[in-house]
Write a protein that binds this ligand. Sequence first.
Ligand SMILES: CC(C)(COP(=O)(O)OP(=O)(O)OC[C@H]1O[C@@H](n2cnc3c(N)ncnc32)[C@H](O)[C@@H]1OP(=O)(O)O)[C@@H](O)C(=O)NCCC(=O)NCCS
Length: 165
Amino acid sequence: MTETDPNVEIMLARPTDALALAEMSRDLVESGLGWSWKPSRILSMIQHPEAVVLIARTRIETAGFAIMEFHDEHAHLNLLAVKPRHRRAGVARALLAWLEKSARVAGLSRIVLEVRDRNQEARDFYDSMGFKPEEILDGYYRGREDALRMVLELMAPEVAAQRPK
Ligand SMILES: CC(C)(COP(=O)(O)OP(=O)(O)OC[C@H]1O[C@@H](n2cnc3c(N)ncnc32)[C@H](O)[C@@H]1OP(=O)(O)O)[C@@H](O)C(=O)NCCC(=O)NCCS
């Protein structure tokens, strides 16, 4: 297993990070789909009481980031990206581990995400983190591309079924 780069620190994003994260989303996640995660939308997540925006930072730059929203029973991973020069150093694993721990502490039963069906690298990453494919969502991305919904179960199904509604 990759050791996380010791020069990378994980922390909560600040409002001043919104532009850099929006540009990373545009260039690393949304390329070819149009830019929907503009700075104002990222800022609304940073300020949202039920969302967590994490950044992975080196001394000189933001290496990666992740945004997760917390709902009543599940969490939704909205965005996750790592700059190419920082990949395969455990940065995404560290970001997701933090978020998974938060979701467990919040007593949530699953983490859900959508990924471009043809994004094999991300699918392999999520697979390595224990996510399972759940369904294909036809034309999910502006009618142009299909998504694969993947789910990480945080509780045994019988425990999740007994949760008070
Ligand atoms: C997917 C992504 C976030 C992974 O980030 P990363 O920091 O390189 O991932 P990690 O170093 O934490 O990888 C952890 C494990 O995931 C798997 N993995 C990660 N990238 C992989 C790849 N390109 N191919 C196969 N397996 C991969 C491996 O098992 C890896 O462990 P190993 O390096 O010990 O083999 C990164 O490639 C990325 O930003 N891609 C573009 C944006 C994107 O697709 N985001 C997800 C959709 S929102």
